[in-house]
Design a protein around this ligand. Structure first.
Ligand SMILES: *[C@@H]1O[C@H](CO)[C@@H](O)[C@H](O)[C@H]1NC(C)=O
Length: 499
């Protein structure tokens, strides 16, 4: 049994803190200082043009500032494949820090420079950083970890994303940095994990698998493995990598275009797209980006909003840890159905509660309960499970392409919500949540009708479950189907992105 060596543990912590943590931090960071930042937008505009900014322009600029982040994430996820092959996994993570440190400085000086454009551009760049991190950290860690630790280590990035969100919420407390003078520092803080990663990660090994398979450098690959495992005899593992290399070469890698045209994978692909859309369009980031204004309109006392927000973030961290334990026993399908069901119900109830809050004194408490229940629902299913299922529905050779499709849909949907929600909120008020509940319901129905349970299933079995719908026949021994690796590789690349 291989154990967690200090080298492996530290490499995991440093890369998860330097990259995944930042991803979560930037999701939530502009939530609590929003009023001060908007005031700054307005003041800057007034200084320049001698008239106050109109309401519509402010809403527009603000939603652009919010949604540049997922847009950057989309471009980042497109850059993953070329970068990881050229610079390596660790190399990409180090290089990626440019996309964090530069915008951190930009956001830090935006107020002095009297320019909100700087913030908007910086949000885009830091989004690229997130799009890269969300794919590269799980890939790097998956390749460092010995097989028996891959599952546990694979969850660490997801956990650090939720911790990053929580950290941003804590920093956003009015007495800490969520105030008139602190918000630029708060935005700039994202550069610190990047600097820490840049200083310490070079002391840790590059992925041995990358060095052996992509670079053909067996000597250094061996050295890296010896450091990671804490013993000298790594022949068996090196041999295993050689074998994996050969079988992968024989099987070939599926490009996105050939994945799209594979009939035997069509409904698996549709399922990935629907799940990722459902995950984002269910409004989870609307909840995070706009949590404060939701609590505000829910009638929570302005001073207490910040603590409720921090509490929500803590619940999210806690439920992510819990999901790790539940997912293996309950299966994926049940958690997805349960999660989307809870989110749907919470949105309906939230709408009702917001509608009646003027007249009924205890309604605001119901609203807050709804938000918390929603966060719980999302953390047990819709957040973590789609990536797990993606891993399980596609074999090794199709997986990178499947993740790229899933990742792009994830970031585009995230972008759409960030851009549209502020307008929805203005136009529909409390009724915006009805739209989210409908999306949850539609996703739930799709999962119920189409998605099979993939827990402990081999790739072949999953293909057979989809065969009728795909109108293909699955023959055992068909060259198209790898029969051996499916089970163990289930656990290794999962859970790369959060919500
Ligand atoms: C901008 O500031 C001015 C002056 O303080 C204020 O009257 C106006 O309502 C503000 N505009 C927006 C869109 O908040």
């Amino acid at each position: 049994m291989e154990k967690l060596t200090p080298v492996l543990a530290l490499a995991t912590l440093i890369s998860a803190f330097g990259s995944s943590f930042q991803y979560g931090y930037n999701v939530a960071v502009i939530n609590s200082p929003a009023p001060f930042m908007q005031e700054f937008y307005n003041e800057t505009y007034t200084d320049r043009y001698d008239e106050p900014m109109g309401d519509n322009l402010l809403t527009l600029l603000w939603s652009v500032s919010v949604s540049m982040y997922p847009l950057g994430g989309f471009f980042g996820s497109l850059m993953v494949a070329p970068l990881v092959n050229k610079l390596g996994r660790k190399g990409t993570l180090l290089f990626n820090n440019i996309f964090s440190i530069v915008p951190a400085i930009m956001m830090g000086v935006s107020e002095i420079a009297k320019s909100y454009e700087i913030i908007i551009v910086a949000r885009f760049i830091v989004g690229i950083c997130a799009g890269l991190s969300s794919n590269v950290v799980p890939m790097y860690l998956g390749e460092l970890a010995p097989k028996n630790l891959r599952g546990a280590i694979g969850i660490v990035p997801q956990l650090f994303i939720t911790i990053g969100i929580l950290a941003a919420q804590v920093m956003g407390i009015r007495n800490i940095l969520g105030n008139n003078t602190g918000w630029t520092i708060m935005l700039g803080l994202t550069g610190i994990p990047a600097v820490i990663e840049l200083v310490f990660l070079p002391f840790f090994p590059e992925s041995p698998r990358y060095m052996l398979i992509q670079k053909g450098d067996e000597k250094n690959s061996r050295k890296a493995l010896q450091r990671l495992r804490g013993w000298d005899d790594v022949d068996a593992e090196v041999e295993e990598m050689h074998l994996e290399d050969q079988s992968e070469r024989a099987e070939g890698r599926l490009s996105v275009v050939s994945l799209l045209s594979q009939r035997s994978l069509r409904w698996q692909l549709i399922s990935i797209i629907i799940m990722n859309m459902g995950q984002q369009l269910s409004g989870v980031n609307a909840i995070y980006y706009y949590a404060d204004s939701i609590y505000g309109s829910a009638g929570v006392n302005e001073k207490d909003v910040q603590y409720v927000t921090v509490g929500t973030g803590a619940v999210n961290v806690f439920m992510t840890i819990a999901a790790v334990f539940i997912v293996e026993s309950s299966g994926r399908r049940l958690l997805l159905l349960l999660g989307f069901g809870i989110c749907c119900g919470a949105c309906v109830l939230l709408t009702v509660a917001l509608h009646f809050q003027e007249n009924v004194s205890w309604m605001p408490y119901i609203s807050i309960a709804c938000v918390i229940i929603y966060v719980i629902g999302h953390a047990i299913g819709p957040s973590p499970i789609p990536n797990v299922v993606t891993t399980e529905m596609f074999r090794q050779s199709a997986r990178p392409a499947a993740f790229m499709v899933g990742g792009s849909v994830h970031w585009i949907s995230n972008f759409a919500v960030g851009l549209i929600f502020p307008f929805m909120e203005v136009g529909l008020g409390a009724y915006s949540f009805i739209i989210f509940s409908v999306i949850c319901l539609v996703t739930l129905i799709y999962i119920w009708m189409v998605l099979p349970e993939t827990k402990n299933k081999t790739f072949l079995e999953v293909s057979q479950m989809f065969a009728k719908r795909n109108k293909t026949e699955i023959k055992v021994g068909d060259g198209d189907l790898p029969l051996k690796d499916s089970k163990e590789s289930l656990d290794n690349s999962e859970r790369s992105t959060a919500f």
